[in-house]
Design a protein around this ligand. Structure first.
Ligand SMILES: [Zn+2]
Length: 212
């Protein structure tokens, strides 16, 4: 039976893994390989960081990425730039119109501020990022502004950010081609206090293809 989630990927599949709801993920993607993220059940925010495998002092820069493309949303053709201004990954295809890179990652601090002190012990994306990064010897100072795939963060007319119902749906995908050897760090967002995960965190699938 053909697997609809792998359709159109270039070259043979070299890695295929389902990340459980609320879990972190860390994986190396070589230059030229394509990482596909599948939103298996829909409306699942995938918080995403990327570091150069050669020297992780070089890492994703939301600021440089936004400035270079003169747009705050990430779409097909968007190039994720590093803090040295170099292309790290390119969004070569996406089934969702746009992705966020200004909303940040949820943390116990932002949860308590937004949703009350009783949420302080809830698991957060910052916890996941720290857990995954610790495996590569990185700590709090290595945390930078992230991408939120499948997350809908519109900017309202008054300039305020919204975190609203997702525009993703079951089985939708985003494909990223690595432009250098990279280490991808993901938090499959555990947030349950706003609609970014439909109040119900779900698994996502990570597929890496060898590339054309
Ligand atoms: Zn989160």
């Amino acid at each position: 039976m053909t697997d609809p989630h792998t359709a159109g990927l270039p070259g043979r599949i070299v890695h295929d893994e389902t990340v459980p709801a609320r879990a972190p993920w860390l994986h190396r993607v070589a230059k030229g390989q394509v990482l596909r993220i599948v939103d298996l059940e829909g409306n699942q925010a995938v918080d995403f960081l990327v570091y150069s495998a050669a020297d992780d002092a070089e890492r994703y820069s939301a600021q440089d990425t936004i400035a270079a493309q003169a747009n705050i949303f990430l779409r097909t053709g968007s190039v994720l730039l590093s803090n040295e201004g170099r292309p790290m990954m390119t969004i070569v295809a996406t089934a969702v119109d746009y992705h966020d890179t200004i909303g940040g990652a949820c943390s116990c601090e932002s949860n308590t501020l937004r949703y009350g002190h009783h949420t302080k012990a809830q698991h957060s994306c910052v916890d996941n990022f720290l857990t995954a990064n610790a495996r590569a010897g990185r700590g709090k100072r290595d945390m930078v502004s992230n991408v939120n795939f499948f997350m809908n963060v519109p900017v309202e007319a008054d300039g305020a950010l919204g975190i609203v119902d997702g525009i993703s749906a079951p089985g939708l995908t985003v494909d990223l081609r690595a432009e250098m050897d990279v280490e991808v760090v993901v938090s499959n967002c555990p947030q349950i206090n706003n609609p970014c995960n439909g109040f119900n965190p779900t698994p996502v699938r990570m597929i890496v293809a060898q590339g054309a």
